[in-house]
Design a protein around this ligand. Sequence first.
Ligand code: JHZ
Length: 409
Amino acid sequence: MNVKKCRICSSRLPAPFLSLGSMPAPNRFPAKEELKNNEPGYPLSVSVCSDCWLVQLQKVVPPQIMFKNYVYIPSTSTTMQAHFKKMSRTVTKKFNLKKQDLVLDIGSNDGTLLTFFKEQGLRVLGVDPASNLSLVARLKGIDTIEGFFNSNLAEKITKQFGHPKIITATNVLAHVSGLHDFVEGIKILIKKNGCFIAQFPYLVDLLEKTQFDTIYHEHLSYFSLKPLIRLLDSHNLKIFDAQKEEVHGGSLTVYISNKNSPYSVGPGVKELVRREDLKKLGEIKTYDDFARRAKKIKSDLVNFLVKLKKNGKRIAGYGAAAKGNVLLSFCHLDNKTIDYIVDSISFKQGRFTPGTHIPIYPESFLEKDMPDYTLLLAWNFAGEILKKQINYISKGGKFIFAHPNLIIT
Ligand code: JHZ
């Protein structure tokens, strides 16, 4: 599907400021016997609305293709486990939640975040379109509705479960095409003093650290505060607090309520908006400069890897992440340059990367095989991964970081 108008303000979208080429959906890992099958490629290019400055994709891959059987499983990372545990405690304390208060998590995945809320005696309910993950959540005792969240489902939830005190959505808002209907659904769910907590990768970090590989088909929007405030304002909602987070290369957590709620807009929100203006997020030159930096990182990385291969060096990859697949496709790095990728998720092991067809092995293979260099594709987990691979490094293995510029550990 082709979206010609801005998802927030409906202005006609200008031509993309960066095209990353055509590539398959980033989280579809073919098995060996599927490699000969035709793999549909979808153009990946990103535009910025010259009216409300929402950065967004114009081509939408059908959500069923991307999310019905989903392989992003945050519980496989100790970093994300710790992050969600802390988030549940912070929210419970900040809103003085009482036992049996209802917490609804949209995009509840395998129930990791809700499990931490449930441990505190709260009533929990998940919504997620992935049948594989909803089953895992239910087996963990987390009541989960399988489906995409929208205003119709919001009506059904309030009728069956009542109004949640807290609604969370972590790494979900960026994936939603129909933003206005999604927000209408939030409006139906929260009453006067309810709160919607959205957490998403922050555009300021994406631009500052040139994280072009986080631009992929799942992420339809790349949020900064100003366009999000405009979206919420049109539904009589406000952001009353905002916190920067380390996860996923830099994220933002925003606290949203009805405009007439008792929560007053804090200084943090105004300060972040001021900083966005300082970063010139409302000028097209900012995005053209970003595109230029992304292309420079690509050529530096490719030239370095070509040189390594010419010198007979062996190169592996670490983390079969969606962002890794974007980097590989954008840089045209396939199994002729990258011998294999190691990854902790068992579903991915034994499969191949989409489009580039690089085999994926368990993490333990790295220290056994000792390739000279390893390209860190899941850089958002650098700390956790380098600690895990201390033996590989001490035996002379080297990690390659592609951005914000080429770094070899
Ligand atoms: P992962 C995710 O993107 C998912 P992705 C999502 N698209 C989103 O919005 C962004 O984050 C923000 C592996 N790994 O899931 C596991 C190891 O091998 O963080 C994963 O396959 N060893 C919703 O998919 C991959 O790395 C480890 O020790 O780009 C990480 O991918 C750890 C910790 C992870 O990124």
